[in-house]
Each structure stands twice: as structure tokens, then as C-alpha cells.
Design a protein around this ligand. Structure first.
Ligand code: ASP
Length: 332
């Protein structure tokens, strides 16, 4: 009898605390992220029943250093895996610090009819009681789950939509929150319990043209910076950015995201500086430094709203928009 081949889960390693080490024995902090290979991480775990595991080391970084070239390589590796008929799903090991940015980018660009599950840890692999193995085991269960699809993140037994979660805590083992959107579900003792449908892929018009996306992601990204409104903000940061971008050989400033107060507002000084930047051809979008709620358009707005995207995700959305890979304009 010919044995039927089991479906594959591809685990892509990018580094992070989940693969951290080099700390003093048992220490939770003071480690180096991205030392332990994804093969070693996966090697310590049983595969969920009915699937086989394959690993690939895409990068080995601390995610605070995330770059467009790692994102490009990760997108390419995820697409290559998803296009294989024998692949049931993809799991990505990643640092927690920029996990929400990678989740947002992938869910904006991937046509994920299969599950793509990001996971991570708050304690290094060499800690006395690491959280990574449980998170990875849970992520594998979600990726192996029949019918699962879309980009998600799994941490501390909770399943988040790739679009909606943010890191909200510096130390807790459950540092993510999906805010008003809520979680998709939970992993409990190896069982997946969903309270909402799997995330829908919200593809751009380019999503099927993976080669176009890939070659665009491989070119230098337009420079988009975030500026924060706060008491005493006078806009000099924007003036300095404009000045720097005009120097010989400097990368031009293409976009600015305002991390505004409240409903995406800012001081008169910062507003004047943003208007000056806009007159110089810089695209300005408004987000809010509040961690919940959307920036609602008003009749007084000088710049469009980035909707409910927090500044770090609005920055990516604006860069994609400027690269022709966005979902259209800002919302308001
Ligand atoms: N700095 C680490 C990283 O993002 C933090 C973590 O993974 O928790 O790679």
C-alpha cells in the first residue's frame, strides 16, 4: 500500500527572544535575541498529529532591528511555502517588539488562503522557564487546524488577527492586545477554540501578482517618519527632517505620519511645520497616540486620517501606498 504523504507546516525563523540566549543561567532579561536556530526550536517539540514540520531560517535578528530587506525575504519565503500544494500552513518565529508591524505588513500583502501564524516569546530559549516552546506549540496547532486561514499571531494562548494586535506591555508573558477588535480565539491544552471567524485576506489589487510585490519590496522604501504631538511640540523636528532630506545625497522625505493627540490633532507649531512639509511634496497622514479608537475625519482637517491604524502601522500603510502597493488613500 502506498502511504499517503502528510501535509507540511513550514516554520520560518527570523530570530527574536524566542530564539534568544547567551544570558546567565536562568536569567530572563539581559540575553541576546536571535541565537538559537529555528531547527533547534522546532526539534524540541512534537508535530501536531497528521502533519510534518519543515524549517527554514529566513533571518536571525532582534526584531527591534527589523528592515525592509528581511520583510522582503520573509514575504518571498511565505509565498513560496503557501504556493506549495503539500503545505497546510506557515508558522513564523519572530521577536515581540515589531511583531505587530510584520503582522500588519503580511496581512496587507499576502493572499493567505492558508494560515500564516506568527509567534514569539518574552523569555529567551535559555531561561529557566521559557514561554517560547508553549507559544510555538500553540502556533503549530493553529496552523494545523482544518479551515484555518489568514495572518494571525499566537501568544500566551490567545489568537490575534494579524491586522489588529499591538504590543501593549513591556514584560508580561501576554504582552499583546487586539483592542476593540478582540481576539479570534484561544488555544487551550492543544485545542483551538475560536470566538470569531478566521481573518479574511484583504488583498490589494496586487496581491495575486506576487512577483510585482516582491520586486517592489526589494527596492529602497520611500522614507516615511513618525512625528509625535505632545505638550510643547513646536514642529522643529519636522523642520529638521526637511532640512536633512535636502542635503546632498540624503534620502528624500516622502511621508510623515502624525502620532497626534486625541483625534489626530497637533499643536499650532507642529501643524504649521506639517503644512510646510506638505507644500514640499511630503504626504502627511494623521494617526493618534491614543491606543484605542479611530481618527475620525472633521471639516477642519488639513491632512487625511489613517483610520484606526496606530502610528507604526500607518507608517507602513503610507509607505505601501507610496510604493503603489496600498489599499488606496487614507480614510478621511
Ligand atoms: N527585542 C526582542 C525582539 O523583538 C524582544 C522579544 O522578542 O520579545 O526580537
Amino acid at each position: 500500500m502506498v502511504e499517503e504523504k502528510k501535509p507540511v507546516l513550514v516554520v520560518l525563523g527570523t530570530g527574536g527572544t524566542i530564539s534568544g540566549g547567551g544570558n546567565r543561567e536562568g536569567e530572563n532579561l539581559g540575553y541576546t535575541a536571535g541565537l538559537v536556530s529555528v531547527e533547534t526550536l522546532v526539534g524540541g517539540l512534537p508535530a501536531p498529529s497528521g502533519v510534518v514540520l519543515e524549517t527554514r531560517q529566513v533571518a536571525q535578528i532582534d526584531s527591534k532591528n527589523m528592515s525592509s530587506s528581511v520583510w522582503r525575504d520573509l514575504f518571498e519565503a511565505a509565498v513560496a511555502a503557501l504556493n506549495r500544494p503539500d503545505v497546510q500552513g506557515v508558522v513564523i518565529t519572530h521577536g515581540t517588539d515589531t511583531l505587530e508591524e510584520t503582522g500588519f505588513l503580511l496581512s496587507s500583502l499576502l493572499q493567505a488562503d492558508k494560515p500564516v501564524v506568527l509567534t514569539c516569546a518574552m523569555r529567551p530559549a535559555t531561561a529557566a522557564y521559557p514561554d517560547g516552546p508553549q507559544n510555538l506549540a500553540d502556533a503549530l496547532q493553529v496552523a494545523a487546524c482544518p479551515g484555518a486561514r489568514g495572518v494571525m499571531a499566537v501568544c500566551a494562548g490567545r489568537i490575534h488577527d494579524g491586522q489588529h494586535f499591538s504590543k501593549v506591555h513591556t514584560y508580561r508573558l501576554d504582552p499583546f492586545d487586539s483592542g476593540e477588535a478582540g481576539v479570534i480565539g484561544y488555544v487551550e491544552e492543544g485545542r483551538v477554540r475560536c470566538v470569531r471567524p478566521w481573518p479574511r485576506s484583504e488583498p490589494t489589487e496586487h496581491s495575486r501578482e506576487e512577483k510585482t510585490v516582491l520586486s517592489t519590496l526589494g527596492k529602497p522604501w520611500p522614507r516615511v517618519e513618525i512625528v509625535l504631538n505632545h505638550a510643547q511640540a513646536d514642529g522643529q523636528v519636522v523642520t529638521a527632517l526637511l532640512w536633512a532630506s535636502r542635503q546632498d545625497g540624503a534620502e528624500p522625505l516622502a511621508g510623515l505620519v502624525l502620532a497626534g493627540t486625541g483625534n489626530g490633532t497637533c499643536s499650532e507649531g507642529l501643524s504649521a511645520a506639517l503644512s510646510q512639509a506638505s507644500e514640499c511634496g511630503v504626504t502627511v497622514w494623521r494617526a493618534s497616540r491614543c491606543c484605542q479608537g479611530a481618527v475620525l475625519p472633521t471639516s477642519l482637517d488639513l491632512f487625511p486620517s489613517a483610520g484606526d491604524l496606530p502610528p507604526v502601522k500607518a507608517r507602513i500603510a503610507l509607505a505601501l501606498h507610496l510604493m503603489g502597493l496600498g489599499r488606496g488613500e487614507a480614510v478621511g
